[in-house]
Design a protein around this ligand. Structure first.
Ligand code: AQP
Length: 333
């Protein structure tokens, strides 16, 4: 069976962008892959986090993984910082990655541009190598992510090529991963600025719907989503980014395709469209929220995470030993 790996940062509650771009894909994939779903808390600390809040968000994200339908008897669910191989392999990757490659990463450029230079951690620059480590430690074949992670996956593939050819002596030490981005919904945009990606750490909370927003808040945020003055529902991301974004969200939360939705609402205005979209989102998220609330403080959740960490360590440590041996660290084991 092939392997998949993916992770979400507990840098806030996941948005419907994280859900559509990444989490929703996990549910079907766990049936046909050996699956590792990680809560990447070490990535979250590349920007300042409040310790208690970070810990609470980490547990909440784990509960959400289960609430959307991930099954611990099929998938391995764990917290990154509880598997120390990630940080160690991340260092090896850093030392085999050029500074220029990291400075070119658009996420680094975007996030560092938001802060003054003194406020930017070195970790923000070196976080892609940690992501490379996350993926290679499980010899992953496939990485389901949103479109914003494509560049980091290219970095991973370049690293695997370089590492195997430099240290492999003709052997494929590390598996070459493929990226999997959803055809529609790979980049959900802010509800307030449809030219900007929806992000859980956006300071304008009206720009995103969090997976734990109350139904009344969800309805209100959709109602106040920025569209345009034409009143015509059509899919044209370039000229009508607001309504096109809402169509992509609608299609992802229902079984309708975008053309079917355009046809369905051809004689309606934005008001009715938005009202029914709000209901569609609520009907998916409400049961997830109830399940999340049952799990968040349960012993069951801790046991699942304990077991996930043990299983993940077993696999990750093997790859790490392979890497150490290949590059000459320590004594040969
Ligand atoms: N707007 C989005 N549309 C589709 N997919 C998205 N993803 C993120 N935003 C969107 C995908 O969600 C997964 C987890 O992302 P992450 O938490 O690791 O980090 P991120 O990409 O930086 O997400 P955010 O929400 O923007 O977090 P912050 O605000 O903390 O930086 C990834 O697969 C990502 O592609």
């Amino acid at each position: 069976m092939e392997t998949i790996f993916s992770g979400i940062q507990p840098s806030g509650t996941p948005t419907i962008g994280n859900y559509i771009g990444a989490m929703k894909q996990f549910i079907d994939l766990q049936e046909s892959y050996t699956s590792y779903f990680c809560i990447v808390d070490e990535h979250a600390i590349t920007v300042q986090q409040e310790p208690l809040k970070l810990r609470q968000q980490t547990k909440s994200l784990a509960a959400l993984y289960l609430a959307i339908g991930l099954d611990p008897s099929k998938a391995i669910i764990f917290i990154q910082s509880e598997v120390s191989a990630h940080a160690e392999a991340g260092w090896i990757v850093q030392c085999n990655t050029n500074l220029g490659e990291l400075e070119r990463m658009t996420q680094f450029k975007d996030k560092s541009a938001k802060n003054n230079r003194a406020g930017v951690s070195a970790g923000l620059l070196t976080y892609p190598p940690l992501m490379v480590a996350d993926i290679i430690l499980y010899q992953s074949n496939l990485v389901p992510v949103g479109a914003d992670q494509k560049q980091h996956l290219e970095l991973t593939r370049d690293f695997v090529t370089r590492f195997n050819s430099k240290y492999g002596n003709g052997n494929q030490l590390l598996t070459m991963p493929e990226v999997k981005i959803p055809e529609s919904g790979g980049r959900i945009m802010s509800l307030q600025d449809p030219l900007k990606k929806m992000s859980k750490s956006d300071t304008n909370k009206k720009g995103f719907i969090s997976m734990l927003d109350e139904p009344s808040v969800i309805r209100k945020k959709i109602k106040s989503a920025v569209t345009d003055s034409s009143g015509i529902i059509e899919y044209d991301p370039e000229n009508k980014p607001g309504i096109s974004n809402l169509l992509a969200i609608y299609a992802s939360f229902t079984n309708f395709s975008i053309p079917e939705l355009v046809d369905r609402y051809k004689d309606s205005g934005y008001g009715q469209f938005k009202e029914e979209l709000g209901e569609a989102i609520v009907s998916v998220l409400e049961p997830i929220q109830l399940k999340h609330d049952e799990l968040i403080n349960s012993n069951e959740l801790d046991l699942i995470l304990d077991e996930g960490a043990i299983k993940a360590r077993n696999v990750a440590d093997k790859t790490l030993i392979k890497m150490r041996n290949a590059i000459g660290l320590g004594r040969k084991r």
